[in-house]
Design a binder for this molecule. Structure first.
Ligand code: CMC
Length: 430
């Protein structure tokens, strides 16, 4: 695009390049602005700032579109396996049968985690939150795979590191869970596919003849796919910015897990159920909590409502809403929490405050409900999100490196004291 944007600031006119993406998204390129003028831009929360050009995920928040490498999330959720989607995100194309078979085989060969890592998991107190354990264990993996420490854009090495991480994260997640509930740790079962193996390690008695419930395995596959990438969200931006310092894939992913943990991001799925339980314990009046969420003096927010980029509907939530109904029906689950969820959803969707602000249930509202129906404990929900998001983090980390992006280092507008003299102790006021 040869169009230019003109910025007038401090009496000076500055010409800036305008760039356009393949989906006609327009951006003003300010990368040389400070050099040209000494001026920077400020954008808390990066609401209007594009941090990178990316070819991985496209989303249009107004139209509720989400596509991975051009394929719609609806088609992928219906037709693909999670590992197919992982390959697609990381490699750019759907895998051939041979490529997928190799990936599945390589993953099965790398699911085992070092016995000393098991000891580390066992040493965490039972109060440890699974997300903290997971982030620590991914970081600890670097000690057992030191070649990961010096990323050098070698495709073979990146492939091996990706395989190890995709293979070991479910093992670590399941170990964390088993340790928390005081049950013996299960080893991976190479006879099972990716999702069934995870369910086996979570739920089964060691060496039992386990067969995953097909409804549960399918629901988990869909959940993982829906969470697999979401362009420059908080945790993905964290992964990219940590990686931009040349930190390893594992260190970057470990940081991403920390970012995902927060209740405004991935931690919302746990917060949704905790909120529903609190409403139930308080008599089940959804209206009371809607009023709290609207009260500007009250910090309470409806967890699982609203989204930074989706302003009409969250396409992932649309898919999951249907799955939530199917799964609950198929598993014959009747849960009073779900009645509260439905009433909250209905009340909020018809309330002017929520309509005006375009606040509607997001992916975490329904994912929490499905995880609960699948028997996954509340504090493991965000771990499930992390398992799903892993291919996206790896894809974004690789893209950031392939683009030779500079180290991430935002500027600031300083608002503190200007220079002042040091005050001796005797002269300081109490
Ligand atoms: N409950 C009540 N009011 C809300 C909510 C909510 N959940 N979310 C936003 N608002 C209000 C907010 O108070 C503000 O009102 P006003 O204009 O009168 O000041 C307005 O809506 C805009 O909110 P914002 O905080 O400026 O919006 P944001 O884009 O910065 O925040 C969000 C997006 C997702 C952090 C926020 O909607 C939220 O806190 N939601 C609850 C947590 C949640 O469910 N997070 C999961 C997001 S989906 C998973 C993922 O991709 O991470």
């Amino acid at each position: 695009m040869s169009e230019k944007a003109i910025l007038k600031v401090k009496g000076k006119e500055i010409e800036l390049d305008v760039i356009e993406g393949t989906e006609q998204e327009v951006a003003v390129d300010i990368s040389k602005l400070r050099g040209q003028s000494g001026v920077i831009t400020i954008d808390p929360g990066y609401k209007n700032t594009g941090a990178t050009k990316s070819a991985i995920t496209f989303l249009n928040g107004e139209l509720g579109i989400l596509r991975y490498r051009g394929y719609t999330i609806e088609e992928l959720a219906e037709k693909a396996s999670f590992l197919e989607v992982a390959w697609l995100l990381i490699g750019g194309e759907l895998p051939t049968k041979r490529q997928l078979n190799k990936l599945e085989k390589d993953i099965k060969n790398n699911q085992i985690v070092h016995e000393r890592m098991k000891k580390i998991v066992e040493e965490f107190p039972s109060t440890a939150h699974p997300m903290g354990v997971l982030a620590s264990m991914v970081s600890a993996l670097t000690a057992f795979h030191p070649t990961t420490l010096n990323p050098n854009n070698d495709n073979k090495e990146d492939y091996l590191n990706m395989v190890k991480l995709l293979a070991k994260l479910p093992t670590l997640a399941a170990w964390t869970f088993r340790k928390n509930i005081g049950r013996p740790i299960n080893y991976p079962n190479p006879k099972l596919d990716y999702t069934s193996n995870f369910l086996y390690m979570m739920n089964s008695c060691p060496n039992s003849d386990y067969k995953a419930d097909p409804i549960v395995a399918k629901a988990l596959n869909v959940l993982l796919i829906l969470h697999a990438d979401h362009e420059q969200n908080c945790s993905t931006s964290t992964v990219r910015i940590v990686g931009s310092s040349n930190a390893s894939m594992y260190a970057s992913v470990s940081a991403g897990i920390g970012a995902l943990w927060g209740p405004l991001h991935g931690g919302a799925n746990q917060a949704v159920i905790e909120m529903l339980e609190a409403i139930k314990a308080d008599g089940g009046d959804a209206g009371k909590y809607i009023a709290k969420a609207k009260d500007k003096e009250d910090p309470f927010r409806l967890m699982g409502f609203g989204h930074r980029v989706y302003k009409n509907f969250d396409p992932r939530a649309t898919i999951l809403k249907k799955y939530a109904d199917d799964v609950l029906k198929a598993l014959g689950i009747q849960d009073p929490i779900l009645e509260i969820a439905k009433s909250l959803e209905e009340t909020a969707l018809n309330d002017q405050y929520f309509i005006d602000r375009k606040l509607f249930p997001n992916v975490d509202f329904y994912s929490g409900i499905i995880y609960r129906a699948l028997g996954i404990p509340t504090d493991m929900f965000t771990v499930m999100f992390a398992l799903g998001r892993l291919p996206g983090w790896i894809a974004q980390w690789k893209e950031m490196r392939a683009n030779h992006e500079p180290i991430g280092r935002p500027r600031q507008v300083y608002t503190g004291y200007t220079e002042r003299g040091f005050v001796e102790m005797d002269g300081r006021k109490e």
